[in-house]
Design a protein around this ligand. Structure first.
Ligand SMILES: [Zn+2]
Length: 220
């Protein structure tokens, strides 16, 4: 994680520093190496957030599009006491999760139940296959940036992300940032809309929490 607590302040890792995890309250130590961006590391992650994913440059670049006070926000259900750290939570309560590793559909469901307004941003560049495949199968986008695609092959990208909350897939600068508007599990046909990242960030920062009107993968 990028931020830990030191005497009540959120601080970034710097050499030899120790601080407290804002989630579980355990001691964390600064990891300040040459190859990975500086971060905080637990001595033991056992009691911390099981949903937390090791942070990559991709995560960090995305989070940095938002103010730092919105990054890594502890969210707690006051009734059950369950807590998790959201990658980004806007002041109006919109949670944005950046997901690189694949997670089980049951876990996707748990997270969707926990966070009321949630949108997913999925790294579509984990393998070359998905983004080239997507680009090759895509029709020419219409004037609203909407295109149709036929998915085939063994990749389960769109099947895994056939969820009830809005899903955006980041296929990188060359292949674009897309919102999945529709995906039919049996025919493997789908519809996606190309999204300008800056406009997306502006919209997410504007106080909107409802992205449902523009569709979603499970929309009929
Ligand atoms: Zn922790």
């Amino acid at each position: 994680m990028r931020f830990a607590l030191l005497e009540g302040d959120r601080v970034e890792a710097s050499p030899k520093l120790r601080a407290t995890c804002p989630g579980c309250g355990a001691e964390v130590i600064a990891k300040c190496g040459k190859h990975v961006s500086w971060h905080w590391s637990h001595l033991s992650r056992e009691l911390c957030d099981p949903w937390w994913e090791t942070e990559s440059e991709w995560h960090r670049n995305w989070k940095n599009r938002f103010p730092i006070t919105w990054q890594e926000v502890r969210c707690q259900n006051t009734r059950t006491g369950e807590w998790h750290i959201a990658d980004v939570k806007t002041p109006s309560g919109l949670v944005i999760e950046f997901q690189r590793s694949s997670i089980h559909p049951d876990e996707i469901q748990l997270r969707e139940d926990f966070h009321r307004s949630l949108i997913w941003i999925v790294d579509g560049c984990k393998n070359d296959f998905d983004r080239f495949n997507f680009s090759n199968m895509l029709s020419r986008p219409n004037e609203d940036g909407i295109a149709h695609f036929n998915w085939f092959g063994r990749s389960t990208l769109f099947k895994r992300w056939h969820t009830t909350k809005p899903v955006f897939i980041d296929f990188g600068p060359e292949h674009g940032f897309w919102r999945v508007l529709r995906f039919d599990l049996s025919s493997k046909r789908g519809m996606a809309g190309i999204v300008n990242i800056d406009s997306f960030v502006q919209l997410a920062c504007s106080g909107t929490t409802d992205f449902s009107s523009v569709g979603g993968p499970a929309t009929e």
